[in-house]
Each structure stands twice: as structure tokens, then as C-alpha cells.
Design a protein around this ligand. Structure first.
Ligand SMILES: Nc1ncnc2c1ncn2[C@@H]1O[C@H](COP(=O)(O)OP(=O)(O)O)[C@@H](O)[C@H]1O
Ligand SMILES: [Mg+2]
Length: 361
């Protein structure tokens, strides 16, 4: 097991910068998920930790030792890819034992390592099969088994479930989580899927444009997103945003002495005072679809564009001041919502962002 420290790490391909200085301290045994849209630099960072990409600037340390110039094989790290990268001509057992055989590990030791990994992954009955005789999920398990038998200091996963169908992804996600609870190995997991990030991570690292936007537990990112990017990226359906101006005192209307955000139609939505905002500063109000309340005498009126039953709940697609706005509710009465609904925004669920898009508290 190992801690992994990433300090001011930068990466450029030629003159094209891809990572702009990443700082991250990963504790021994932690499960870290790097999440962000395609192209934000997740794989690049992972591959630098593995030693598959050169580091343009900064330092990477594994268990306190600088590894910038260490060959991948000397880093004692195992990587699991989206493409399972199994040897087609080898059996499952031989695929799993390949790295140990290369290292001339004793036969009994190999057998016991493969046996125990196969048991953990439910691969016992498949050990003699070739990869082509396995399903996608089974192949992904073999790729994980191959990583486990090496007992590496850390596991790196690059979108390992992206080739699987939704149901299998859900199942493998739970298995990976159980496996981590069992092995307690330091793990870094890359995905563009925010649900995978939320469900698997001890801590999430949200990335955008080669810059770390926020690091925290899943619920920290969900409940107190640091900026508009994280607020919009984490959660589905995504957070609603309304632009306005921050007002205090008399201008806050219904809020009386309090504060509020004045929307384009003049409505003032009361919010708790935000020390970081100047009166009349441009601000964005955020509220998650599940926090919007439908109420007969609600503060704002919205047009109903579309009613989407998901079975579990209902998504109402609305237009509010001409902009798209969503509500998620478990109340089936919403299925018969009229052409308009009135809505309220409970104060404790409101997020406020400043003109630069950063959270204002
Ligand atoms: N070998 C390369 N040469 C030039 N540009 C690259 C190379 N690999 C990745 N990039 C660029 O670096 C950026 C980040 O890529 P990547 O780390 O693969 O993103 P992600 O894994 O988050 O989707 C992208 O803009 C991509 O086009
Ligand atoms: Mg990638």
C-alpha cells in the first residue's frame, strides 16, 4: 500500500498545455475518483502516475519517493483499462498469472495468488477459458484479477466499466466497492460518469480544462459545490441556474431586512446574507430539481413543457423566464400538471455563485 502525492504537476504536449498544475495528496488506502468531461486531462494524469507519460513539471511521489523518472515497471502499480487488454491466446489463469511468471515467482505462490483472486472475483469456474469465450463483464473481472495477483502498491483504473451495459456497470460498480473494502488498496479511478464517482469515491477530484475544480467527499461536492462547473456536473438531472443581482436590506422585498437575489422579472428570491457579495453584484442562483417545491401560491410561475415519468419519480421540464428549468418529484400528482405550475425555493437549498462562478457563502 502507498500514499501518492502530486505536487504542481503540469503536462504539455508540445506547446499545448493539458494539465495546468495539479496538487493532490492521496492517503494510503484511499479510493480517489478523478471525474470530469472527456478531454479534461484525467487519463493524462493517471498515465503520468503510472509512468506511461512524461511529467512536464512538478513532482509525483509514491510512498514519499519521487518517481518522475522511474520506469513504469519499477513503480509497483497496476493499471486496469477500459479495453481489457487481455492476451487472446492465453487462458484466464495464464492471463492472471502472466506478470508473476515474468518475475519468475515460485509456482505454488502463483497458484495461491491466482486462486485467491479468482475466488474474490467469482472466476473459479472460468480459469481454463480463453478471453473470447467470456462476456464483457467477465473479461473486465479477469483484467482486475490480473491486477490483484500482483499485490501492487496502488491500483489505477481508467474508465474500466465504460464498455459494459448499464445493468452490468451497476453490478461491477458494487463489486469494485466491495473489493476495495476487502483489499483496502490505494486506488485512483478515472470516469466521466458522475454516478460512478459519487458511489465509489472516498474523495472525488472534479476536473475541468486541465484544472482541479474541487476535491472532497461525494456529499461535499453535492451539497456545497465550489463553483458553477461542479454544481452543474454533479447530479442528474443537473442543478438549475437563474441569473440575477444580489440585493440587501429594503431592496430584498419579501426578505425585509435580509438579502435576496433579484431575478430579471423583478422577483426577489430571499437568500441568507452572503458576506462575499457586494450589493447589486451580479450573481447566479442555483437549486437542484429535487429541492424545488410545487405550491399553489408559490413565488414564481413556470410553463410546463414536458412531463417525464421515470418510474422512480417524475421530471417536469419547465420554462422559467424563458429558460429551461427542471423539477424532480416523487409525487405522482405531478403527472397531471397543468400548462403552468407555481414553485417555491426553500432557502436552505439555495446555492449562490458570484460573477466569476465561484460559490458565495
Ligand atoms: N499524445 C497526445 N498528444 C497530444 N495531445 C494529447 C495526447 N494525449 C491526449 N492529448 C490531449 O490532452 C487532452 C486531455 O486528454 P485526456 O487526458 O485523454 O482526457 P480525458 O481522459 O479526461 O478524456 C485532450 O485535449 C487530448 O486531446
Ligand atoms: Mg480518458
Amino acid at each position: 500500500m502507498a500514499s501518492i502525492d502530486i505536487e504542481s504537476v503540469r503536462k504539455s504536449y508540445g506547446s499545448f498545455p493539458v494539465l495546468h498544475g495539479v496538487d493532490l495528496e492521496i492517503k494510503d488506502g484511499e479510493f480517489i475518483v478523478l471525474v470530469g468531461p472527456s478531454g479534461c486531462g484525467k487519463s493524462t494524469l493517471l498515465r503520468m502516475i503510472a509512468g506511461l507519460e512524461e511529467v512536464t513539471g512538478g513532482e509525483i511521489r509514491i510512498s514519499g519517493n519521487r518517481v518522475n523518472d522511474l520506469a513504469p515497471k519499477d513503480r509497483d502499480i497496476a493499471m486496469v483499462f477500459q479495453s481489457y487488454a487481455l492476451y487472446p491466446h492465453m487462458s484466464v489463469a495464464d492471463n492472471m498469472s502472466y506478470s508473476l511468471r515474468l518475475r519468475k515467482t515460485a509456482k505454488e505462490k502463483i497458484a495461491s495468488a491466482v486462486g485467491s483472486a479468482a475466488k474474490k472475483l467469482g472466476l473459479d469456474p472460468l480459469l481454463e477459458r480463453r478471453p473470447k469465450a467470456l462476456s464483457g463483464g467477465q473479461r473486465q473481472r479477469v483484467a482486475m484479477g490480473r491486477a490483484i495477483v500482483r499485490q501492487p502498491k496502488a491500483f489505477l483504473f481508467d474508465e474500466p466499466l465504460s464498455n459494459l451495459d448499464a445493468r452490468l456497470r451497476e453490478q461491477m460498480r458494487a463489486e469494485i466497492k466491495k473489493l476495495h473494502a476487502d483489499l483496502k488498496a490505494t486506488s485512483i479511478y478515472v470516469t466521466h460518469d458522475q454516478i460512478e464517482a459519487m458511489t465509489l469515491a472516498d474523495r472525488i477530484v472534479a476536473m475541468h480544462g486541465g484544472i482541479v475544480q474541487q476535491v472532497g467527499t461525494p456529499l461535499e461536492l453535492y451539497d456545497t459545490p465550489a463553483n458553477l462547473f461542479v454544481a452543474g456536473f454533479i447530479g442528474s438531472p443537473g442543478m438549475n441556474f437563474l441569473e440575477g443581482r444580489y440585493v440587501v436590506g429594503g431592496g430584498a422585498g419579501a426578505a425585509g431586512e435580509g438579502a435576496g437575489i433579484r431575478l430579471s422579472d423583478g422577483t426577489v428570491v430571499p437568500v441568507a446574507p452572503r458576506a462575499g457579495l457586494a450589493p447589486d453584484a451580479a450573481a447566479t442562483l442555483g437549486i437542484r430539481p429535487e429541492h424545488v417545491v410545487i405550491a399553489e401560491n408559490g413565488m414564481l410561475e413556470a410553463g410546463v413543457d414536458l412531463v417525464e415519468p421515470t418510474g422512480f419519480g417524475i421530471i417536469l421540464h419547465l420554462s422559467l423566464h424563458g429558460l429551461p428549468f427542471k423539477i424532480f418529484t416523487l409525487d405522482r400528482d405531478a403527472l397531471s400538471a397543468g400548462p403552468t405550475v407555481r414553485v417555491d425555493f426553500p432557502q436552505k437549498h439555495l446555492h449562490v455563485f458570484d460573477e466569476a462562478g465561484n460559490r458565495a457563502d
